[in-house]
Design a protein around this ligand. Structure first.
Ligand SMILES: CC(=O)N[C@H]1[C@@H](OP(=O)(O)OP(=O)(O)OC[C@H]2O[C@@H](n3ccc(=O)[nH]c3=O)[C@H](O)[C@@H]2O)O[C@H](CO)[C@@H](O)[C@@H]1O
Ligand SMILES: C=C(OP(=O)(O)O)C(=O)O
Length: 351
């Protein structure tokens, strides 16, 4: 296919060289030490002066972490994909720019995005856009699967610390990609000169982003793929649902193993992005620490069970007034141990 890549990506011209150490560094999950919690950044602070009381009803947006991989997955689809309830955020706007930089047609109407990737004529998204957010890197999976090659800058969005992408790369290699790093960009191409081939890959760590990227790639790889020790987060399930609605064959989403039968090309479909459990959880905590009573909607209670349990144990009263309504009221002081940001998010991210 036509490409704006400045590199000659023909397989025969590509001597394989080892990836740099920092991309392949082993996944070591350090304990929550002071070094993780004291990351200094030049970014502005939010200073909240209390005591304050919160009240009222808060609408919860569509999930950013579901929207980003689903937008990337439109690269697997012919025709138009219609995505509803996309939160209007810097990250989703950036992902739309990433797709547009590849030649996709992206139309935005309030919280609805229509994406048609039939006109994609590049495998190299705009690097400035990719470096703005972590999720931009997801496009490497569908690009190499559909077009046989991808040139994607290393992702940004990592003010919370270094977040390697070694699992994405090793997973793509397991599906028959040759991967190199040049000038801060990851270049991947199908070793057989055609497309990816199904294979088996076990993630060292159940990374959400790597699971999603490899799921998209496997949907268009030739044959069966088995991905083990994958992430089980609701956003992974949302992505699998979108891909299956678009003609893919993904089984096992929500468990720790995915079995995926590749198809040559998926077709556009329609989906509604689910409510953001991180946003909902943040408001629940805000109500708890200010001893306030608020109502948030919509929420998906089964995705919040961990946080609901913790807050209930701390004395919060949580009521489901209607199916998706939650009221939070703190009855006694709540003491939460400080945790680094991902640990904090994992209170409601992990099952
Ligand atoms: C866009 C998106 O969905 N972001 C979410 C995603 O972030 P993120 O993409 O960072 O989450 P992952 O589960 O993929 O990765 C978590 C950690 O695993 C390590 N890692 C991951 C991949 C890899 O190839 N190598 C590696 O070392 C990194 O230290 C990383 O910080 O999950 C987090 C934890 O559930 C959420 O808080 C983020 O909001
Ligand atoms: C860390 C987050 O997301 P990302 O991985 O997209 O940077 C977040 O949503 O807080």
């Amino acid at each position: 296919m036509a490409s704006c890549s400045t590199f000659n990506l023909s397989p025969s011209s590509k001597p394989t060289k080892p990836l740099p150490h920092y991309l392949l560094k082993p996944l070591i999950h350090e304990p929550e030490t002071e070094t993780r919690t004291q990351i200094q950044t030049p970014y502005p602070k939010l200073i909240v002066t209390g005591p304050s009381k919160l009240s009222g009803r808060v609408p919860i947006s569509g999930s950013k972490n579901s929207a980003l991989p689903i937008l990337a997955a439109t690269l697997c689809c012919s025709g138009t994909s219609k995505i509803h309830n996309v939160p209007n955020l810097f990250d989703t706007r950036t992902m739309a720019s990433v797709l547009a930089s590849l030649g996709a047609k992206v139309e935005v109407f309030n919280n609805e995005m229509l994406v048609n990737t039939d006109g994609v004529d590049s495998v190299e998204p705009n690097s400035d856009e990719i470096r703005k957010i972590r999720g931009g890197f997801f496009v490497i999976g569908p690009l190499v699967a559909r077009f046989g090659e991808a040139v994607v800058a290393l992702p940004g969005g990592c003010n919370i610390g270094t977040r390697p992408v070694d699992l994405y790369i090793r997973g793509l290699q397991a599906l028959g990609a040759v991967v190199e790093l040049r000038d801060g960009k990851v270049q991947a191409y199908a070793a057989n000169g055609r497309g990816l081939v199904g294979g088996s890959f076990q993630l060292d760590y159940a990374s959400v982003g790597a699971t999603e990227t490899l799921m998209m790639a496997a949907c268009m790889a030739d044959g069966m793929t088995v991905l083990s020790n994958v992430a089980r987060e609701p956003e992974v399930v949302d992505l699998a649902r979108f891909l299956n609605d678009s003609g893919a064959c993904v089984e096992g989403a929500g468990s720790n193993q995915l079995v995926i039968k590749g198809k040559p090309l998926l077709h556009g479909s329609e989906c509604v992005i689910a409510a953001d459990r991180i946003e909902a959880g943040t408001f629940m905590l805000a109500a708890a620490i200010t001893r306030s009573c608020i109502s948030i909607s919509p929420v998906i209670p089964c995705q919040m069970s961990c946080l609901i349990h913790k807050l209930s144990a701390a004395g919060c009263k949580i009521r489901f007034q209607q199916f998706l309504d939650v009221g939070v009221k703190i009855c006694k002081a709540l003491r939460l141990r400080q945790a680094h940001i991902l640990g904090f998010l994992q209170i409601f991210n992990r099952k």
